[in-house]
Design a protein around this ligand. Structure first.
Ligand code: FAD
Length: 469
């Protein structure tokens, strides 16, 4: 593409702003639909997820698990003695990111998507100015999809300096292994980071303002992870807020001091809507910075928004699913983003996979159904892996339709897809129990929970006449 510096606009069919899992998928799909597509990204293709989120965090967790299991190998009769090679750990993170982002770059290239590096800002309803270090260009579009994602939320009392006080990105790409870390925020990002660092030999304290960690998830799931954190030597300070950093560490609101070489602030994410010049497009973000879209992700006739910028869980697969809907809609197809459930996974130890309604939510909604919780201690695969903590719970409505599946245990992240499929297809307990689940796998726990909910528990005792819940 020729660079036109100044105000003479280039034109494009579909302009996508932001190349995360929402934006790059939207760009690919729009190009596949035959549209001329320009994708503007101010940083690196792949967005938060591939560069500083899902991928490096799961790479760190994979290395931490490997090291920790090797270090704990004695209980399986395997004795390995070594220390983590921090440079090697960081190399694995960077390689994972580089391989996946290169793959996305190749996909965009072969689909004919024009990728422009720079920061986009609206200067009119159908026009953006794109700034980079070389200057500015104007792009006019027929349709535009905004996918600018989110950034870490900050705490005024704990400004991130990239040295002592870090955000999640700083915590992932530490040049050296710190002796001790205080993680402020016990949501999924804080818990994942804290667990991985603890497994790699760092002394970790997690500080959470709510009365328990993972406050947005069902308490029965969070409790299993909280127990494991304690077993890993992680100190969890709930019901406490971080006040300020000191030379020794972090002062909490009760005056106590958490000793910590580094402080990691993981207190949520803020949508990137404030610097987009949205007023020129006639769009006003809500007070929380999110953009209110219609069911087809439309903000205006030719303007769409997807991903962390919009309501719903800030998750990569949600952004990608919305990209499909937005592109279908701008191509004139009937499209609505109305999933029966959006799966959420926490790569904690053990993992959590939660899809659909919890039993409390089903009760509150008056669905009149039942639920059954199957302990992983009764699952053969969990036993041979030596990882028996956790359970599988299936929640159904009065018609025995599956409305929720909630799992905590080893490898359960891989079962979130099965759970989402069951809920999306409105499977009943008869459907789920008729599916043969392979032995010995953790997936059998889902079958066992469904059998229990159907009143026919198999590998678990239940006193006659006792209700399923
Ligand atoms: P983003 O991925 O945030 O991409 C937005 C892009 O837009 C960025 O590249 C940004 O540079 C660019 N941009 C912003 N403004 C402009 C502008 N004006 N002009 C040009 N470009 C712009 N989600 C999961 O589903 N699973 C996980 O395991 C998971 N783990 C995570 C771990 C961590 C540590 C973090 C921080 C996040 C994690 N997430 C995870 C969340 C996930 O990363 C986000 O939900 C997802 O990336 C959102 O996608 P998006 O396309 O909306 O935006």
């Amino acid at each position: 593409m020729t660079v036109v510096v100044g105000e003479i606009p280039e034109s494009t069919g579909v302009l996508v702003v932001g190349a995360g899992p929402g934006g790059y998928v939207a760009a690919l799909r729009a190009a596949q639909a035959g549209r001329r597509v320009t994708l503007v990204e101010r940083d690196r293709v792949g967005g938060t997820c591939l560069n500083v989120g899902c991928i490096p965090s799961k790479a760190l967790i994979a290395v931490a698990d490997l090291y920790h299991r090797a270090a704990e190998g004695g209980r399986f009769g395997v004795h390995v003695a070594d220390r983590p090679d921090w440079a090697g750990v960081q190399d694995h993170l960077r390689r994972s990111v580089a391989e996946l982002t290169a793959g996305v770059g190749q996909l965009l290239d072969s689909a004919g998507v024009g990728v422009v590096t720079g920061t986009a800002r609206f200067v009119g309803p159908r026009r953006v100015a794109v700034h980079d270090e070389h200057g500015m260009r104007h792009l006019e579009f027929d349709d535009c999809i905004l996918a600018t994602g989110s950034r870490p939320a900050s705490l005024p009392s704990l400004p991130v300096d990239g040295v002592r006080v870090l955000d999640s990105t700083g915590a992932l790409f530490l040049a050296e292994r710190p002796a001790s870390v205080a993680v402020v925020g016990g949501g999924y990002i804080g818990v994942e980071l804290g667990t991985a660092l603890a497994k790699l030999g760092v002394s970790v304290t997690v500080v959470e303002r709510a009365e328990r960690i993972l406050p947005e998830l069902d308490a029965s799931l969070a409790a299993v992870v909280a127990r494991r954190l304690r077993a890993l030597g992680v100190t969890v300070r709930t019901g406490r807020s971080a006040d300020a950093p000191t030379a020794a560490g972090l002062v909490l609101d009760d005056g106590s001091v958490v000793e910590a070489e580094r402080i990691v602030v993981a207190v949520g994410r803020v949508p990137n809507s404030d610097d987009l010049g949205l007023e020129h497009a006639g769009v006003e973000p809500r007070p929380d910075g999110r953009l209110a879209v219609g069911p087809d992700r439309r903000l205006g006739r030719h303007l769409f928004a997807i991903g962390d910028l919009t309501d719903g869980p800030a998750l990569a697969h949600k952004a990608t699913a919305e990209a499909e809907v937005a592109v279908a809609a701008l191509c004139g197809e009937p499209a609505r983003f109305e999933p029966a459930a959006i799966p959420a996974v926490v790569f904690s130890d053990p993992e959590i996979a939660t899809v659909g309604l919890t039993r409390a939510q089903a009760d509150d909604a008056g669905l009149g159904g039942t639920a059954f919780r199957f302990p992983l201690g009764a699952n053969a695969r969990a036993r041979v892996a030596g990882e028996v903590a956790g359970h599988a719970e299936v929640v159904v409505d009065a018609a025995s339709t599956v409305v929720g599946v909630h799992l905590v245990g080893v490898h359960v992240s891989e079962l979130a897809g099965e759970a989402a499929l069951a809920i999306e297809m409105a499977a009943t307990l008869d459907d789920l129990t008729a599916v043969i689940h392979p032995h010995p796998t953790i997936s059998e726990a889902v079958l066992e929970a469904a059998l229990g909910a159907a009143g026919r528990p198999l590998h678990v005792h239940r006193r006659p006449g006792r209700p399923a819940r």
